[in-house]
Design a protein around this ligand. Structure first.
Ligand SMILES: Cc1cc2nc3c(=O)[nH]c(=O)nc-3n(C[C@H](O)[C@H](O)[C@H](O)COP(=O)(O)OP(=O)(O)OC[C@H]3O[C@@H](n4cnc5c(N)ncnc54)[C@H](O)[C@@H]3O)c2cc1C
Length: 581
């Protein structure tokens, strides 16, 4: 009996976010047959949430800006763990790609002279961030989709990829399940580009959207034989909503602090004076996240487990003018008028700096025919991400991976296709469909609470090891989940795949976090509070016979020009007017 549909393309792109769309456009330019598949609606990938902007060192306003300074700012913000080769490519290429996306209709803000406007963002030395209102991600996706339509590139959404097709360390496609009717498709391809985003949804407080960012791509890559790098490096944004449950983690823009918002604990203390007396609420994202988390964990939290963020001392007109979206967000979700009362906020998992280990130049992986780009790939950000760099990353490396996957396809002499591998994947999916005593959603919730409580902004060995034990228990219970499928219900099966990806990526994150015995960038350990020169390395995770293994990888050194630029860079201390998303 035929148990799947078959579809063939030269290059298969998995993921309809900015990286996936940009990669597919490049493949099509090479006159190849390319197809994009994604698990959600095509115009609704995570990228649409990006607000603040995209970095490109044009120097349109601050004439001294150039790619070298963009390099230095990125490398320094990554605390020396970022791959200098990847950073250099991003810094050099992003101006071209930003101009291109604007010419495709992203409608970025212009200066009177017609050049792109640029604003400050976080720890940038100069105004470098191009933007389109506070919906830059949405504008980029719309421009890319217009281009995709023009080039006639097919997008199949509602396709959940469960496995990559692998034979003899070579990728020859992917298996997907249609989330609407459960139909399986074997997508045969010469090469595959993974653009599946990060894993921040595995934390209870997460700025991710629903049903995305469970680390699917990391799990697919581990199963295929790839390494993951820097998985302990997860960026927490200091202010996310905490209620109602449906909104937990949703970002409260940093602009609230930028416009004068003050932070208080339950005792009415303006606690930032204990963490950064000089900059107070205008301190860096990581410092404010640490402060908020400490106040909560040490028992000085607001009634719902957060801290108070208050801007009610400002006139209502000022609030409506400066932060209208946030005003609406609280009215709509909590009926709270922030011009009258403070908000309750807590840190929220925001961005995965780590990811699949890729070649610096073409983003190929250690599996032949498999490429990765965007948030799913590791290397660019090191221990912390400079705001605005991820949108630059998805365009630059979307394009470069598209070129490389095309070239791989064109040079391929013969395709390896293994019926055995496909049969095994079917068996693996089928084994999940059985009666059981556990509920998939309950386990997913437990997992996200474990990660939030034990692997949050500040970690220690005891908590991390406890978390690992708890995730192991959840993994055992996940074998007993009740999965029944019918003509109109495949959701539990899909959610089980999300859970399995969450389990695997949680373990990868915990193992790496235990191994890194220091505090650096986004990785903060109360038992090792200082940065150690001996830890200037990355940790890699690989899966062997179902077990995750960790190893150490030395960082790539800097050449003398880059070192000189780093040495000349002055650390930014004043974050006024730089706080965006
Ligand atoms: C609130 C918010 C604001 C942000 N603001 C900025 C900003 O101003 N500037 C900036 O540079 N960055 C910003 N970021 C980060 C940036 O938006 C992301 O890093 C970037 O958009 C990631 O793009 P991507 O293409 O790699 O992945 P995504 O956009 O996450 O796309 C991944 C795609 O893969 C699909 N997928 C995943 N798993 C599967 C599967 N198993 N099967 C099939 N499909 C799958 C998903 O459905 C999705 O279509 C922000 C992030 C957030 C959350």
């Amino acid at each position: 009996m035929k148990n799947h549909l078959t579809d063939i393309s030269n290059v298969l792109v998995i993921g309809c976010g900015g990286a996936g769309l940009r990669a597919a456009i490049e493949v099509k330019k090479n006159d190849l047959n390319v197809k994009i598949i994604g698990k959600r609606r095509k115009n609704d990938a995570h990228t649409v949430l990006a607000a603040g902007g995209i970095n490109a060192a044009f120097g349109n306003i601050d004439k001294d800006d150039n790619w070298l300074q963009h390099f230095a700012d990125t490398y320094l913000e990554g605390y020396g763990l970022g791959n200098p080769e990847i950073i250099e490519i991003m810094a050099k290429e992003s101006p071209k790609l930003v101009k291109e996306i604007d010419s495709w209709g992203a409608n970025l803000e212009k200066l009177k002279n017609g050049k792109l406007d640029q604003r400050f963002f976080g720890a940038h030395t100069y105004r470098r961030t191009c933007y389109s209102g506070d919906f830059t991600g949405q504008s980029i996706i719309q421009a890319l989709l217009k281009r995709i339509k023009l080039l006639n590139i097919p997008i199949y959404d509602s396709q959940y990829v469960t496995d990559l097709l692998i034979n003899d360390n070579t990728c020859f496609g992917a298996m997907s399940i249609n989330t609407k009717n459960g139909e399986r498709t074997v997508h045969l391809a010469d090469s595959v580009i993974l653009c599946t985003g990060g894993h921040t949804k595995i934390w209870f407080q997460s700025s991710s959207r629903k049903l995305e960012n469970y680390g699917d791509g990391y799990d697919l890559a581990l199963k295929a034989g790839c390494d993951l790098i820097d998985m302990e490096m997860v960026q927490f944004h200091p202010t996310g909503m905490i209620k109602p449950d449906d909104f937990a983690g949703t970002l409260v823009t940093e602009a609230v602090r930028g416009e004068g918002g003050k932070l208080f604990n339950v005792n009415g203390e303006r606690f930032m004076q204990n963490y950064d007396k000089k900059r107070m609420e205008l301190s860096t994202r990581d410092k404010v996240a640490i402060a908020n988390y400490t106040e909560i964990i040490e028992g000085r939290s607001s009634p719902n487990g957060g801290v108070f963020l208050d801007i009610s001392h400002k006139p209502k007109d000022f609030i409506l003018n400066k932060i209208p979206k946030i005003y609406r967000q609280f009215i709509e979700s909590q009926m709270l008028d922030i011009s009258q009362k403070p908000m309750e906020v807590a840190p929220t998992a925001h961005y995965s700096m780590g990811g699949i280990l890729v070649d610096s130049y073409n983003h190929s992986t250690s599996v032949k025919g498999l490429f990765a780009a965007g948030e799913v790939a590791g290397g660019l950000h090191g221990a912390n991400r400079l705001g605005g760099n991820s949108l630059a990353e998805i365009l630059v490396f979307g394009k470069l991976s598209g070129i490389a996957a095309s070239s791989y396809s064109i040079k391929l002499k013969a395709q390896i296709r293994s019926q055995m591998a496909i049969k095994k994947i079917h068996e693996n999916i089928n084994k999940f469909i059985k009666n059981g005593e556990e509920l998939v959603i309950a386990l997913q919730n437990e997992l996200s609470k474990v990660m939030w409580e034990k692997c949050g902004v500040i970690k220690n060995e005891e908590k991390l090891k406890l978390a690992l034990e708890k995730i192991d228990e959840i993994e055992k219970r996940a074998y007993c989940v009740d999965i029944r499928i019918s003509d109109n219900n495949f959701q539990d099966l899909i959610k089980l795949f999300d859970l399995n990806s969450s389990i695997k990526t949680a373990k990868a994150t915990l193992l790496s976090a235990i191994e890194r015995k220091e505090s650096r960038g986004a990785h903060q350990r109360s038992d090792y509070p200082f940065l150690k020169a001996s830890e200037s390395c990355s940790y890699l995770i690989k899966e062997k016979e179902g077990l995750l293994q960790i190893s150490r990888k030395d960082c790539i050194g800097l050449n003398s020009d880059l070192r000189k630029q780093i040495d000349q860079t002055v650390k930014i201390n004043d974050f006024k007017n730089r706080l965006l998303e």
